[in-house]
Design a protein around this ligand. Structure first.
Ligand code: 13P
Length: 247
């Protein structure tokens, strides 16, 4: 099995203003002084914070993630933000297919495939999110749903860097976390799919997301199949984000 550096990624969603985000980074960098973290840290703030946070994080090793992007490269698309624009202000990664984009904004598999392709051709790294709903899990469809999301979203992916995030919809923002065993078996399934599709499938980090917090991070991260966490609510506070990063 390839050795994969664990990743702790914070998704701030539509939270934290510029001032709050800068305060977060200042606290985080102060707390990190003199510490050797064995995990890579990523943060996904709102677009409006990217430029300022990129300057503050320069040289720290903390990577910045955009929460979304346009599938087009440029043009008359009012309200959209291209991958080139995100790269220009310091983003290195883009979340694609987060369940909130799928559910609230109706983003479907073919659109997400185009977004993945836009991210890769724009020179950034996609963090492709997948996950089943509660109904789908209870109906025994969880594996099929997740593999179908991967199959569609990654259908045209060239040889590139990629991160996958497994976020069961029923665990997002609910306080209900997948058991380490649930996470483990889904991650194994995802790994098998990636290895079957890509010669580099062994090296793709697979993150778990869904009510990850300081209290459950160590247990989840102890699963060899879990290569890191995508954290929502608990990433809004630098202390709890750091507790997870050091769990
Ligand atoms: P919570 O950690 O708040 O459940 O959110 C998870 C998530 O959606 C991260 O992208």
């Amino acid at each position: 099995m390839a050795v994969i550096e664990q990743i702790i990624a914070g998704n701030w969603k539509m939270n934290l203003t510029l001032t709050q985000g800068q305060g977060f980074i200042d606290t985080l960098l102060t707390r990190l002084k003199g510490k050797e973290l064995s995990r890579k840290l990523l943060l996904a703030p709102n677009f409006t914070l990217l430029s300022a946070l990129a300057q503050r994080c320069a040289g720290s090793g903390i990577g910045l993630v955009a929460q979304n992007c346009a599938f087009q490269a440029a043009g008359a698309f009012t309200g959209e933000t291209s991958v080139a624009m995100l790269k220009d202000v310091g983003a290195e990664y883009v979340l694609v297919g987060h369940s909130e984009r799928r559910q609230i904004f109706g983003e479907r598999d073919d659109l997400l495939r185009q977004k993945v392709n836009a991210v890769v051709s724009g020179g950034l790294i996609p963090i492709f999110c997948v996950g089943e709903s509660l109904d789908q899990r209870q109906g025994g469809e969880a594996f099929d749903v997740v593999i179908s999301q991967l199959r569609c979203g990654l259908a045209e992916l060239p040889d590139s860097q990629l991160i996958v995030a497994y976020e069961p919809v029923w665990a997002i923002g609910t306080g209900r976390t997948a058991t380490p065993e649930d996470a483990r078996s889904m991650h194994l399934h995802i790994r098998e799919f990636l290895v079957s599709q890509f010669s580099w499938g062994e090296r793709v980090p697979i993150l778990y997301g869904g009510s990850a917090k300081p209290e459950n991070a160590a247990e989840l991260l102890a699963q060899p199949e879990v290569n890191g966490l995508l954290v929502g609510g608990a990433s809004l506070n630098p202390e709890s984000f750091l507790q997870i990063a050091m769990a």
